[in-house]
Design a protein. Structure first.
Lengths: 115, 114
């Protein structure tokens, strides 16, 4: 069990640029979640997948945000035309619906800074 | 919409002492799941303890226990014999189902003082 991994860990970009983050869940986990956490706040839900299907998107996820999980394994989160308000920690979590342990396991996050 | 409130932005406790972190939530659901997550400085979020609302017995995990008051919609976390490694942000959280998205409170920053 290597845990949830995220890449990159840090990203600095200029306003207006596009960025893409990757999340690799725990291998047997079929659910994958994205959250956003701003400084001093709790994480806010963005979207989640069961296998390759995107089941729910928060209204926080504007049309500049898109997430995919094409083969039901890793996921990508893309932000187009970044704005300073997008600066935050983006957290990925995964869980399994196949047993009694429904805990969400979190990755280390990708910290995005938009200048 | 469900909301989670933590009224203590910061707390401190002496090593080996006991501390209680408060949490209230709002929901119209009768069954749901409550969690306490710990986020140490610059480290990953980890689950501390969870409680299913249909269970009347309060959950315990070693030094961590909860006081779940369903009618009052209150879910406090008690940490006994506090250790330096307990220094972290603690988030109270809610989920409608065991596999659903988690709604987090704003967090309580706990410092354990040697």
């Amino acid at each position: 069990d290597t845990g949830v991994s995220q890449d990159p860990r840090h990203k600095i970009t200029k306003r207006g640029q596009n960025v893409t983050f990757r999340c690799d869940p725990i291998s047997e986990h079929n659910r994958l979640y994205w959250y956003r956490q701003t400084l001093g706040q709790g994480p806010e839900f963005l979207t989640y997948f069961q296998n390759e299907a995107q089941l729910e998107k928060s209204r926080l996820l504007s049309d500049r945000f898109s997430a995919e999980r094409p083969k039901g394994s890793f996921s990508t989160l893309e932000i187009q035309r970044t704005e300073q308000g997008d600066s935050a920690m983006y957290l990925c979590a995964s869980s399994s619906t196949g047993g009694p342990n429904y805990e969400q396991y979190f990755g280390p996050g990708t910290r995005l800074t938009v200048t | 919409a469900q909301t989670v409130t933590q009224s203590q932005p910061e707390m401190s406790v002496q090593e080996a002492e006991t501390v209680t972190l408060s949490c209230t939530y709002d929901t119209s659901e009768s069954n749901y799941y409550l969690f306490w997550y710990k986020q140490p400085p610059s480290r990953q979020m980890i689950l501390v303890i969870r409680q299913e609302a249909y269970k009347q017995q309060n959950a315990t995990e070693n030094r961590f226990s909860v006081n779940f008051q369903k009618a009052a919609k209150s879910f406090s976390l008690k940490i006994s014999d506090s250790q330096l490694g307990d220094t972290a942000m603690y988030f109270c959280a809610f989920s409608e189902t065991s596999y659903d998205k988690v709604i987090f409170g704003p967090g309580t920053s706990l410092s354990v003082i040697p």
